[in-house]
Design a protein around this ligand. Structure first.
Ligand SMILES: O=C(O)CCC(=O)C(=O)O
Length: 270
């Protein structure tokens, strides 16, 4: 399922894409089961009481079947279609979210450098925590960025609740849907439950020239286990995803592993 030119254009112009039913109901079922087992075993899920978000790193890296998402041709086509087939996988987060997530971008790179692939594991509507995006807000010349507008202040500024921020799109999802957005795209969620389940895969372009390499170093110096002072036992990744990787998966892991080892030798795998 290679992305069509129209899908790539859509992503470039609006900063996101939604793939309803990319994964079938049976697949959504095992993904939910594996996610639950992971967050309960290693992600702090047992202590989740709904008062705040529970979050853990590398959600696909702890179990072989979830790690296999990085070998799935449909996932590779989506990530490869927007970031290039040689994209870098750079970890992600698994969550029980509680309540609203205010408007924010994940990055301010001013270019298509990184994207987030998101799996929402509960049916979500506009009033129960579906992802919202501000189309086009990844672009440095978008009015939100140029005028320094904080969409979280829209009630004070315009008399409009942030959930109704003008121009925002709501991506209502079912388990099995996949959403991808540019890290620079403003996004938010409103009205979710106290246990809204979702996990992500963060990916960047593969880098070659010195300028890109410097951007990747900057990215990984913050958004990585070393950056968060987390010991995975495998450096950039939890060992499971490395130990079960064939040569093609390794192509998406090697550059972040090498740079992470260089940036955080104390966390490197022995
Ligand atoms: O679903 C949400 O609450 C938004 C997720 C989010 O903000 C993120 O992954 O950065």
């Amino acid at each position: 399922m290679k992305l069509t030119d129209r899908q790539v254009n859509f992503f470039k112009t609006f900063g996101y894409l939604h793939f309803p039913g990319l994964l079938g109901p049976d697949e959504a079922a095992w993904i939910i089961e594996e996610f639950e087992a992971t967050i309960q075993d290693v992600g702090g899920g047992k202590n989740h009481d709904g008062t705040k978000r529970t979050m853990f790193g590398g959600p696909i890296e702890h179990r072989p079947r979830l790690s296999g998402l990085l070998d799935d041709p449909r996932i590779l086509d989506v990530l490869g279609g927007v970031l290039g087939e040689d994209f870098n996988y750079c970890s992600g987060d698994g969550n029980y979210y509680t309540g609203d997530t205010g408007w924010h971008p994940d990055g301010n790179w001013g270019q298509l450098f990184a994207a987030k692939l998101a799996f929402y594991l509960d049916p979500l509507t506009a009033s129960t925590g579906a992802l919202r995006v501000i189309p086009g807000s990844h672009r440095p010349d978008h009015w939100v960025r140029k005028e320094g507008i904080d969409p979280n202040k829209s009630l004070d500024l315009y008399g409009v609740h942030p959930k109704d921020f003008p121009s925002a799109a709501v991506l209502e999802t079912q388990p099995g849907d996949v959403v991808i957005f540019n890290h620079d795209t403003y996004h938010a969620a409103f009205g979710g439950s106290a246990r809204r389940r979702m996990f992500t895969m963060n990916c960047t372009r593969h880098c070659t020239d010195p300028e890109d390499m410097a951007t990747l170093r900057k990215y990984l110096s913050i958004h990585s286990p070393g950056g968060y002072k987390v010991r995975t036992g495998g450096g950039m990744f939890f060992p499971g995803i490395l130990d079960t990787a064939g040569p093609s998966r390794m192509e998406h892991l090697r550059q972040p592993v090498d740079i992470h080892n260089e940036l955080f030798p104390e966390f490197a795998r022995r």
